[in-house]
Design a protein around this ligand. Structure first.
Ligand code: PMP
Length: 415
């Protein structure tokens, strides 16, 4: 039989067209997805958001996002920038005025000294900065230490960069603090970096100045890079935040991640940044340049205003979070749910094992039967089992109603 031939495009020799393959039963196109991506879990928070989105009566303590509007001067700066035609790309590294404002802020608020032209990179939220940092430094098979319970993206981000996530569990007995002894037990010759988040999502734990010094010594002793996500730095209630950027011994081994989403209530502006030694920033910049180009221009203008003139608005929001924090902790304890005192961020992490339910069962029934959304603690790693995360980034009237419904639920379980 004569082969069915196509005319040769652009001078290539004519080839026989192979018979079409039988189409596999794969209407969703699953065969196209790379296995290492298919293996990644979805965020444990997603399921709850999907349910909350379908219901009208739910009070959500689930979202890690401020209920406040972005301070007015910051919104105004964004609008003026649009009026003045700032609708173009900025430098890949970030608008030089914003890089300078970041270096200034990190100096005055965190005690770190960074060259705005070589050691600062503006990113699309801390999320992008974290991904870039991992991809820039992790070699295939490197181990990266991190602590659990932690922000849902840590282990997947390490994996996406080809690294092996190695978790160190923190517990309620130590108020979810991370100590050098815990890290010493987990470090190996393959450990490349340590990823930290204090104040911590979801536990609200913070580190003392002594903890910071100990962990810094640990990183030096084992020649590790420290990637410190300090996105909740401004939201502390007991003592001021101690930044790893203030430790001179970490100068050549720290990637500081920080951003505008939490303290300035700017989640939608999508601005974060990294401060790090020049070669690390330069290589994070390459990845950023090829995948993102630059962070949103309007957001960058707004961020510069927030960093320069946002302190009083932040202080007002922190005072309100603190008021809510006290109310929430007292309410949990009153209804018999033990709750360690979170000293930072805007999350409470009460224990629910006394109710006889797992975190998942507790959270699902609380949502279904009482219309309150809280996140099961094991969404933040297995060591979060037995807890629920309740964000107090929601108004006092909502919190009062949520606590009253929660008290009803707990009382019902005890009957
Ligand atoms: N790190 C932590 C610990 C967070 O809780 C969050 C947001 N929930 C982020 C990073 C990401 O924040 P963004 O990308 O909005 O800056």
């Amino acid at each position: 039989m004569i082969a069915d031939t196509k005319p040769a495009p652009s001078g290539r020799p004519a080839v026989a067209t192979p018979p079409p393959l039988p189409s596999p039963a794969d209407p969703e196109g699953r065969r196209w997805v790379a296995p290492h991506v298919a293996e990644l879990p979805f965020s444990g928070i997603r399921k709850f958001f999907d349910i909350v989105a379908t219901r009208k009566d739910v009070i959500s303590l689930g979202v890690g996002e401020p209920d406040f509007n972005t301070p007015w001067n910051v919104r105004e700066a964004a609008m003026y920038s649009l009026e003045r035609g700032a609708t173009h790309y900025t430098s890949n590294r970030g608008d030089p005025a914003l890089c300078a404002a970041i270096a200034q802020y990190v100096k005055t608020h965190f005690g770190g000294d960074y060259d705005p032209q070589r050691e600062v990179l503006v990113t699309v939220g801390v999320s992008e900065a974290l991904d870039l940092a991992m991809r820039a430094v992790v070699r295939p098979g490197d181990e990266v230490l991190y602590h659990e319970p932690c922000f849902v993206s840590y282990a997947p981000t390490i994996r996406m960069a080809g690294g092996i996530p190695v978790c160190v569990e923190t517990g309620v007995a130590d108020s979810f603090r991370l100590t050098r002894a815990m890290l010493e037990a987990a470090v190996t010759p393959r450990t490349r970096a340590l990823l930290l988040n204090f104040p911590c999502n979801p536990t609200g734990a913070v580190l003392s100045a002594a903890d910071v010094a100990d962990i810094a010594d640990f990183c030096v002793a084992h020649d590790l890079l420290l990637i410190s996500d300090e996105i909740y730095a401004e939201l502390t209630y007991a003592a001021p935040h101690v930044s790893f950027a203030s430790v001179p011994a970490l100068r050549d081994r720290l990637v500081l991640l920080h951003g505008m989403s939490k303290a300035w209530a700017m989640t939608g502006f999508r601005i974060g940044y990294a401060c790090a030694p020049a070669a690390v920033v330069e290589n994070m910049m390459k990845l950023h340049q090829y995948s993102i180009m630059c962070a949103p221009t309007t957001g960058q203008r707004a961020a510069a205003e927030a960093l320069a003139r946002g302190d009083s608005a932040v202080a007002e929001m922190v005072a309100e979070y603190d008021r809510r924090r006290h109310f929430l902790i007292a309410s949990f304890r009153e209804m018999g749910l033990p709750c360690h005192t979170p000293a930072g961020a805007f999350y409470a992490f009460p224990g629910i094992t006394g109710t006889g339910l797992s975190s998942q069962e507790f959270a699902m029934r609380l949502l279904d039967e009482h219309g309150v959304a809280a996140i099961p603690g094991d969404a933040f790693g297995p060591s979060g089992a037995g807890f629920i995360r309740c964000a107090y980034a929601t108004s006092m009237p909502h919190l009062r109603e949520a606590m009253s419904r929660l008290a009803d639920f707990v009382a019902k379980l005890r009957k």
